[in-house]
Structure formats: structure tokens, C-alpha cells
Design a protein around this ligand. Structure first.
Ligand SMILES: CC(C)(COP(=O)(O)OP(=O)(O)OC[C@H]1O[C@@H](n2cnc3c(N)ncnc32)[C@H](O)[C@@H]1OP(=O)(O)O)[C@@H](O)C(=O)NCCC(=O)NCCS
Length: 225
């Protein structure tokens, strides 16, 4: 009896230590003026396949209204129909709130005319007691697709996640978006996450329209940053 309660106490202690360590990493990553691309200078430019882009990584607090609106427009153009094709539907207010709340970060790609042509929206957050980089969106304008931009943005996110010592990178993908499923599954080698409805609720597969996919990150201890 005694040893069992000691064992439980020890387990609780370990769990709190783990949560505390994850919280510390999240607090460190979520400093709004932190430059997550400070040591990723070569990734601030992308000029393959006829493109000439500059990429920056910023916290929501660092972007102006015009930038936010441009990002929101790309999201709506790309995704409204996808949302409307599932029971979630498109809800402008919810989407805008999601992009503003709880420490949202953005990778923003601009062309030589300063127009935003692609972006990623992500958060450093808890998922089931571990610290993760959750990618809420990766969006490329239609005319810029198939030029490697989406892949490049995801590569940057993986590097940022690893440098921030996040354990994995996660994303929600609509099952009825075959290009996105192909992109994450076959090109980027993501697999269905253990928290995906596929595993949590296998009997009701027809009831949900999305999967949660993830990839483990090779944690790189930050050097003094
Ligand atoms: C999914 C998306 C982000 C991919 O970005 P992208 O810049 O078009 O993709 P890339 O050019 O980086 O292509 C990466 C790979 O996908 C392949 N690919 C690109 N376009 C493709 C298409 N239409 N059909 C099949 N494969 C395609 C490329 O061949 C490339 O593979 P390779 O590296 O082996 O050559 C982009 O299509 C998009 O913004 N779609 C709308 C929004 C969306 O669905 N977002 C994802 C959910 S959050």
C-alpha cells in the first residue's frame, strides 16, 4: 500500500515537472518581439521557380491592420468553400478571433511589390501536456502554388519548432482537400496524430471532416537565444 501511494506521488511529481518544463518553453517561445528567424537568415528569402519573395516571422502584436486584412483575405479566398463543404461551415468572426487570440504567430511571404502571396499561422501551445508548434494555416495564393513556397514555409516552421524545443509540429487537414492531404502526407511525411478523430473516435469516421496530422521534431537546443 505504502509503496503504491509513494509511486503515485512520484508519478504526480514527474508529471508536474514535465508540465512545468513545457510551460517554460512555451513562455520563452511566446515573447512577442522574439525573432524566431534570427538564426535562419538564408530562409528569409525565396527565389526559386521564378519567385522573388521575402519572408518574415512575426507575432500578431507586430502586424498592422492592413497586413492582417490581406492575410485574412487569402485565407477566405482559399478556404471558405472548404469549410462550407463540411458541417463546421465558414464563420468569419470565429476565424478572425482564432487569428488574434492566444499568441498567434505568422510567417509572411511578400513579393517584390510588397504584396503578401503566402502565409502560415501558428501557435506554440500545449497539446496533451506537451509543448508543440501547432500550424493553424499554411496558405499560398492560387497563382503562386506549385512553386515550392508552401513546402518552404513548412520547412521554416519545422526549424522554428525544433529550435524552440517543441516536441512536434501539428496541423488539422480537411479530408476532402486531397491536395493538402497529399502535401502533408506524401510530400512532407506527416502521419495521423494519436489525437486525430481517426483514433479517438474510430467508429464515427463519417461524422468528422478532418484529420490531425503531425511530425516529431528533432529538438535543437537553442544556443543562448
Ligand atoms: C497546400 C498548399 C499550401 C501547398 O503549397 P504549394 O506552394 O502549392 O506547394 P509546393 O509548391 O511547395 O509543393 C510541394 C509539393 O507538392 C506538389 N504539388 C504542388 N502542387 C500540386 C498539385 N496541384 N497537385 C499535386 N501535387 C502538387 C509539388 O510537386 C511539390 O512536390 P515536390 O517537392 O516533390 O516537387 C497550397 O496548395 C495551398 O495554399 N492550398 C490552399 C490552402 C490549403 O489547402 N492549405 C492547407 C491546409 S491548412
Amino acid at each position: 500500500m505504502v509503496s503504491k501511494s509513494k509511486e503515485k506521488k512520484q508519478q504526480r511529481k514527474e508529471m508536474f515537472a514535465k508540465l512545468g518544463a513545457a510551460q517554460q518553453l512555451l513562455s520563452k517561445a511566446n515573447v512577442p518581439d522574439k525573432d524566431h528567424m534570427e538564426t535562419l537568415v538564408p530562409f528569409k528569402k525565396y527565389n526559386r521557380n521564378g519567385t522573388d519573395l521575402v519572408i518574415q516571422c512575426v507575432h500578431y502584436e507586430q502586424i498592422d491592420k492592413e497586413t492582417f486584412e490581406a492575410i485574412y483575405r487569402i485565407l477566405e479566398d482559399n478556404m471558405k468553400a472548404e469549410y462550407d463543404a463540411c458541417y463546421w461551415g465558414w464563420n468569419e468572426r470565429d476565424k478572425r478571433d482564432e487569428m488574434k487570440e492566444k499568441n498567434p504567430w505568422f510567417l509572411i511571404a511578400r513579393n517584390s511589390e510588397q504584396q503578401i502571396v503566402a502565409f502560415a499561422h501558428f501557435k506554440f501551445d500545449f497539446d496533451e501536456e506537451i509543448a508543440v508548434l501547432y500550424c493553424y494555416e499554411v496558405q499560398v495564393t492560387e497563382d503562386m502554388r506549385g512553386k515550392g513556397v508552401g513546402k518552404f514555409l513548412m520547412q521554416i516552421l519545422e526549424l522554428i519548432g525544433a529550435k524552440s524545443e517543441m516536441q512536434k509540429i501539428m496541423i488539422t487537414v480537411f479530408k476532402h482537400n486531397p491536395r493538402a492531404v497529399h502535401f502533408f502526407q506524401d510530400i512532407l511525411k506527416y502521419t495521423d496524430d494519436e489525437t486525430s478523430p481517426k483514433f479517438m473516435d474510430p467508429m464515427d469516421e463519417k461524422e468528422y471532416c478532418y484529420e490531425i496530422m503531425s511530425k516529431a521534431l528533432k529538438v535543437k537546443k537553442a544556443s543562448g537565444s
